[in-house]
Design a protein around this ligand. Structure first.
Ligand code: ATP
Ligand code: MG
Length: 312
């Protein structure tokens, strides 16, 4: 028997325009208790606008959104008790130390005294922040500040957490720390809405993905569903000189949706008839005397899904 998890975030046909620019158009999705929704999209797709609307930072023009049953537009006070937010740009006070920042966020969330100190000590230790806990935030490194910002959002153990590109600029170790925390929070029942530019991160963390382009949903589903939906393999060809790379690009340019990476001298070709199609293309290059360093035919990744569904 499967028990359907409760929906914590419900978004129904919301839209937002800035002047005559429609940043978000008629968007609907939901996030169940204890799940992570990955919101993906190119720069300017509308991710931050969505996060800002759901966290009451900007108004919703039309449509409805609710969190734990409370209406985002008409019950902003209640909503603010239910959410944690780490925005795309840090909200920390540069003149305070990391610990003082956490205290301030705690008090804003009406936690104080021994409870607050214990919570802060726990977070500082869990996020390996002891080294810079008493350093003025303005003198912390970019990655340290980012970590402080994400941790600030966790102080009140919110039911829903909004993280707008939480790991941008972090080193791999710090990124993995944040991933672990997000997974732990989801296991404990927190709903997380996460935007990210790292598709590998979405693949690893997100139960559901919503891919947006120009403010509209262009694809949604689990990472596996999205990859299956593409219904094609990818032939990746690596060349070993600029000349070979350019000749190869000319020779396969008739294929739809090819991707090229000049620096890596790599060509990526989506193929619905993986093995057979690959052989024909490789033979074409070989016949033209182009030397191939190596090649592989692989299943699509989320990168391929992203490229197929967006203008990026
Ligand atoms: N305050 C604003 N005034 C006018 N236009 C805005 C404003 N905020 C966002 N926009 C526009 O709305 C669109 C969506 O922007 P948004 O910041 O939501 O994108 P994003 O997906 O978060 O991009 P990024 O990946 O670069 O953070 C863009 O075209 C942007 O220029
Ligand atoms: Mg953004």
């Amino acid at each position: 028997m499967s028990i359907k998890a409760q929906t914590l975030i419900e978004v129904s046909e919301i839209s937002k325009s800035y002047g005559d620019r429609e940043a978000v158009k008629n968007l609907s999705f939901s996030v169940a208790e204890g799940t992570v929704l990955g919101l993906l999209g190119a720069n300017g797709a509308g991710k931050t606008t969505i996060v800002n609307m759901l966290t009451t930072l900007t108004s919703i023009d039309t449509g409805h959104a609710s969190i734990c049953g409370y209406d985002v537009s008409s019950q902003p006070y209640e909503i603010r008790q239910l959410i944690g937010l780490a925005g795309q740009f840090a909200a920390i006070d540069e003149k305070l130390t990391a610990r003082e920042n956490l205290k301030l966020f705690g008090r804003l969330n009406k936690i104080s005294g021994r409870n607050l100190n214990a919570r802060i000590d726990d977070l500082l230790q869990r996020f390996r922040m002891a080294d810079f806990a008493d350093q003025i935030a303005g003198t912390c490194s970019g990655g340290q500040r980012r970590r402080l910002d994400v941790v600030s959002a966790l102080i009140a153990k919110p039911a829903t957490l909004f993280l707008d590109e939480p790991t941008t600029g972090l080193d791999p170790r710090s990124r993995a720390d944040i991933w672990e925390v997000i997974e732990d929070l989801a296991d404990e029942g927190t709903s997380v809405l996460l935007t990210t530019q790292y598709l590998h991160e979405a693949d690893r963390l997100a139960d559901e993905i919503v891919l947006i382009d120009h403010g509209m949903i262009v694809a949604s589903g689990t990472p596996d569903e999205l990859k299956r939906e593409l219904n094609r393999d990818v032939l990746e060809i690596h060349l070993d000189s600029d000349v070979a790379f350019r000749s190869a690009v000319r020779l396969v340019n008739d294929q739809p949706d090819i991707g090229t990476d000049e620096n890596a001298m790599t060509i990526r070709i989506p193929l619905s008839n993986g093995a057979v199609g690959s052989l024909a293309l490789l033979r074409r290059l070989d016949d033209a005397g182009v030397t191939i360093r190596d090649f592989q035919v692989r299943r699509p990744t989320l990168d391929d899904v992203f490229l197929a569904f967006t203008d990026a």
